[in-house]
Design a protein around this ligand. Sequence first.
Ligand code: CP
Length: 327
Amino acid sequence: MIDTLRGQNLLTLDGVSREALIEVLDTAESFVEVNHRTIKKVPALKGRVVASLFFEESTRTRLSFETAAKRLSADVLSLAVASSSVKKGESLRDTIATIDALGIDAVVMRHQSSGAALQVSRYVPHVRVINAGDGLHQHPTQGLLDVFTVRQILSERAGTNGVESGASLFENLRVLIVGDVRHSRVARSDIAAYAALGCDVRVAAPGLLLPTDVENWPVKVVSDFDEALEWADVVGLLRLQRERGSGSFVPSLAEFTSTFGLTITRAKRLRPTTIVMHPGPMNRGVEIDSRVADLPCAVIERQVTNGVPIRMAVLYLSVAGSLGGGA
Ligand code: CP
């Protein structure tokens, strides 16, 4: 069990305790205000160097990590993988060793291989490694920003601030994760976080898009998606990952949408308070109707915004190792 992120790598949310999650959320809460300042910068990581290595495509994770590092005053080394020596065949081990030789404190890394971040953490044990998505395995900061967003909304409704209301808002919260669960690292991280915080988590997916070991996950599989929509406090939609072959797991996109897409008709089943989430990038018209994505209950842009304070918190706890300086 991981009880704090202070001074630690962040490779997975599996085994991260409720206390450690709350520590990250509370730290992120303290960074929200920084992001509203005219000068959005604190000296917390001044003089530290964060390398940003994205071997797989990204818009929001990469930009928000780099923004977060800069707002903490870290220097950021950003490797453009497509024009790097990786394209000449340089191995992951040699790439990391080369970047480490420049003098770095942390690596933020996305890779197509499950376990790549763990491997890198073994190559450079003196460097903090933050997993920004590895294959089908984990996307821990997405899980953190998702639970942070839910806590923020529930805190606002309760008229409390997120820090004081702590974890209790999550107790028995009804969370429905829908879609391509099998190929989703977001689902794995979200489920680990929601379950650790005490939520009742259910998943809805076509049979072939469920993981083969789903019975070992802390979730129930729902048989009636439409009924589950009426049950849920939070609906987390997942992107159909066509680049990972999801298309061959469903008869057609139209059939997937008609059975598990959040169409405008289905959205009418949601209660007025239900929060609709999507990690992005969305396949508008596939897992979510474009009009649903633009409804007030859909908090997709807020998730992106919250990526910055969450990633500031993760970098700060992991690299600086303790609160108290500069935030
Ligand atoms: N949610 C997410 O990981 O988006 P990007 O692929 O754009 O980083």
